[in-house]
Design a protein around this ligand. Structure first.
Ligand SMILES: [Zn+2]
Length: 351
């Protein structure tokens, strides 16, 4: 994308500068509301990438991922432009809610319209001002309320370009996912802007491992996209587990759940994953794995009702390989890595 002059929200961002821009959103009664974004423009032109978080207002990990990412000294060598949008659903974050005040899910209303519902109007502003100016987007999510996700990239694995970047991200799992109507990913891809969706951790919580894998992942993708210098050339590449299909396993009974398996564990068909019973009942119900696979999402609620989604299991047969890979990724994420010193954050000086 030619970007000799780069204008966003009516503000021109010069090469080698970083600027905070507030974009006007529909106000709530008399209270002005703005979408705060930060544009980092390198000294040299290159691709334009947006990184967004909290499209669902209770999914907070991505906000912290962007905060840490913004301080990385490696960004001094940026080629191209990065648009950081740490809180897309500003109304949802204020209320700790996934939704907007009109009870709509913003991620089902893209590309939006100027004259539509509140959700549709916000989607329209975000899409026109940001998404359409970009060559690539990385959208950060967590599991929905009371659930947690193993760090994973969701993308179309049949698209070579996004598969290459998904592998570069180095989350433990890449999940091929069908796109949903009205989601940012579906509509952006239709308009030629590929999206990597990072899903990790739990709603309303920070998860350190998910945050670190996320920060590293974004840097890895920008390196693979030619926007940052390859400071990691000597490190050994890690290859995520790629899975094509997955399903939520639902509780067959109601009661107190005791789980035997955790996030990232592998399960064999027929293996017991959890037990359900009731305080005054001696019956014990078992939840059993329906096929070989990896637990990539789970409920965090100790009490469940029949029909509740309890475990999200990715279908994968090579369990020994999956075990080794996931352990390797997750342990490595909590050690210091080559380019990030988490205890000594520094603000970057530009120019
Ligand atoms: Zn989400």
């Amino acid at each position: 994308m030619p970007n000799s002059s780069f204008i966003l929200g009516g503000v021109e961002v010069l090469r080698g500068t970083n600027v905070t821009i507030n974009i006007e959103l529909p106000k709530l009664y008399n209270t002005p509301t703005q979408l705060p974004i930060r544009v980092l423009r390198g000294k040299k032109d290159g691709p334009v990438v947006f990184i967004s978080a909290a499209i669902h207002g209770n999914e907070l990990n991505g906000i912290e991922i962007i905060r840490r990412f913004r301080k990385l000294p490696i960004l001094k060598n940026l080629k191209g432009t990065i648009i950081l949008v740490p809180i897309v659903n500003i109304y949802g974050v204020m209320n700790l809610s996934r939704y907007l005040p009109d009870r709509r899910d913003l991620n089902r209303h893209f590309p939006g319209s100027e004259k539509g519902s509140l959700a549709s109007r916000i989607a329209d502003i975000f899409f026109k001002e940001i998404v359409q100016k970009c060559d690539l987007g990385i959208d950060l999510h967590t599991a929905s309320i009371h659930k947690s996700n193993l760090p994973q990239i969701r993308t179309n694995v049949d698209n070579k370009y996004t598969l290459r970047l998904a592998k570069a991200f180095e989350a433990p799992v890449i999940l091929h996912s069908e796109i949903r109507d009205g989601s940012l990913r579906a509509v952006a891809q239709e308009k030629g802007v590929p999206i990597l969706l990072y899903e990790a951790g739990e709603a309303l919580r920070f998860d350190e491992q998910s945050i670190r894998i996320g920060v590293k992942g974004i840097v890895n993708v920008l390196i693979a996209n030619g926007m940052l210098p390859n400071v990691l050339s000597n490190k050994s590449k890690k290859f995520p587990v790629i899975v094509r299909d997955s399903a939520w396993l639902r509780a067959t009974d109601s009661g107190i759940i005791r789980t035997v398996k955790a996030l990232g564990d592998t399960v064999r068909k027929g293996e017991i994953i959890a037990y359900i019973n009731e305080p005054l009942d001696d019956n014990i119900y078992e939840i059993v794995a329906p096929y070989d696979g990896i637990i990539i999402g789970k409920s965090e609620m100790p009490l469940i009702q029949e029909g509740d989604a309890v475990f999200h299991i990715a279908n994968f047969k090579k369990l020994a390989i999956a075990n080794n890979k996931i352990l390797y990724f997750c342990e490595d994420a909590l050690e210091d890595c080559e380019f990030i010193n988490y205890d000594n954050e520094e603000a970057i000086e530009w120019l």
